[in-house]
Ligand binder design. Structure first.
Ligand SMILES: Nc1ncnc2c1ncn2[C@@H]1O[C@H](COP(=O)(O)OP(=O)(O)OP(=O)(O)O)[C@@H](O)[C@H]1O
Ligand SMILES: [Mg+2]
Length: 395
């Protein structure tokens, strides 16, 4: 069942939409229009959202500026509802419409096929967003852990760790888990989990009225029952203001039991914001001298910045490498004991290439046991118990 509201004085447009759906809209289709209604945008938005439709189309015959004002109001009040502007498209209008929160701009002369396709696509999106919100109802507010994965060097396994630990925690926790990709230029949390995000963290900057708990949930990609991902921008050119990062993490920490943050190499502005709000820091390194020395420097910088509140863990990835540096050497260089050692395992790359986390794909691989042990630092995954019975070869 879907529900469509058309905000227009044009009975002809209503007929057109009905015809586009073969006169069989699977749900309700209503046209709303009254004298002066479109001149008061907050009032118009209230009337249009009143029955909680999936889609609201605005126009034709509504002045563009008013249509954009109404779109903005709807986006703030009810971001799960999709808005389509019905007006002659131009690059300028497209840009303004998307900024206001509209999902599409459709020419009033569009064909039946174009109308049906546009409305159907937006109905489906609205449905997904509504399900994201529905899951929320009845879940008590929590002040969650914020676990940030930090490493001075690229390619040491931050994303592999963050995604696998998030999946392992989500599978073993009653609460919900948010995974945030703060590798803002080249983040690949989405690919690592085989997700196809509709929105990313970059879109949060465009929300009129700023990020709210509701809009945030709508912009996340649900991976499974308990796990939601906020993916990195599609293009490295998209900017994400620092204030958005901090606000996003604060809201997520209020709403989710566990927030896992993947970062880019080193200490970017975004990473520093996350660290500031973290309850737990996972320092990740491999057994290379440069990475270990880099990590020591990161820890020193955090000392200098007075970041001292969070719990700290030191995790060694590919800890079985035989390159002349032992685990004890690593601990000495970094000045911290190693909490978890994760061996190199072919199963990791194989699983990741197919967009699957190794903890699901090959749960008995040695690396999976390592990732589960990291998750165990935060929730009881049962790995300690399972390990006693695990004699399987690495797969
Ligand atoms: N324990 C492991 N065993 C085998 N391969 C691994 C292991 N950990 C990570 N990898 C592989 O190493 C590569 C780099 O991992 P990943 O992308 O997680 O690193 P990263 O630190 O996030 O890198 P970047 O800084 O570029 O974001 C990936 O191909 C991943 O599959
Ligand atoms: Mg990464």
């Amino acid at each position: 069942m879907s529900s469509i509201v058309l905000a227009t004085s044009s009975a002809a447009f209503e007929q057109k939409v009905r015809r586009a759906f073969g006169n069989e809209v699977n749900g309700s289709l209503q046209r709303r229009h009254s004298e002066g209604m479109f001149e008061d945008s907050p009032m118009a938005a209230k009337i249009l959202v009143a029955e909680g439709p999936d889609v609201i189309s605005i126009g034709p015959n509504v002045p563009v500026d008013l249509a954009l004002d109404i779109t903005r109001e709807i986006e703030v009040e009810r971001p799960e509802i999709g808005v389509i502007l019905i007006a002659e498209p131009s690059p300028d209008l497209w840009e303004r419409a998307l900024h206001a929160g509209a999902r599409d701009v459709l020419d009033p002369t569009a064909t039946d096929e174009q109308i049906r396709t546009a409305f159907t696509r937006i109905i489906e999106t609205a449905d997904r967003r509504r399900r994201n919100l529905a899951v929320d109802a009845g879940v008590p507010d929590s002040v969650g852990r914020v676990i940030t994965v930090v490493s001075p060097k690229g390619g040491v396994g931050k994303t592999t760790l963050a995604t696998n630990v998030a999946v392992a925690i989500a599978a073993n926790s009653v609460g919900r888990v948010a995974l945030v990709d703060l590798d803002l230029q080249f983040g690949d949390v989405g690919n690592s989990l085989g997700l196809d995000p509709e929105n990313t963290i970059a879109d949060l900057a465009k929300i009129p009225g700023g990020v709210t708990a509701t809009s945030l949930k709508v912009f996340m990609t649900r991976r499974d029952e308990n796990l939601y991902a906020l993916c990195a921008p599609m293009s490295p050119a998209e900017e994400v203001p620092e204030a958005i990062v901090a606000r996003t993490i604060r809201i997520l920490a209020d709403d989710f039991e566990q927030v896992i943050v993947d970062t880019s190499a080193g200490l970017s502005e975004a990473t520093l914001s996350a660290i500031d709000l973290s309850t737990d820091l996972v320092f990740l390194c491999d057994l290379s001298a440069s990475a270990l020395r880099g990590l020591r420097k990161v820890i020193d910088v955090l000392e200098d910045l007075g970041v001292s509140g969070a719990n700290r863990y030191f995790v060694l990835n590919r800890a079985d490498s035989r390159a002349g540096i032992s685990v004890a050497d690593a601990a000495a260089i970094v000045g911290m004991n190693v909490d978890v050692e994760i061996p190199a395992s072919e199963a990791v790359a194989r699983a990741m290439n197919f967009g699957h986390p190794v903890v699901e794909e090959s749960p008995r691989s040695t690396a999976s046991i390592g990732f589960e042990s990291v998750a165990e630092l935060f929730v009881d995954t049962g790995i300690q118990r399972k390990r006693r019975f695990s004699f399987g070869r690495d797969r």
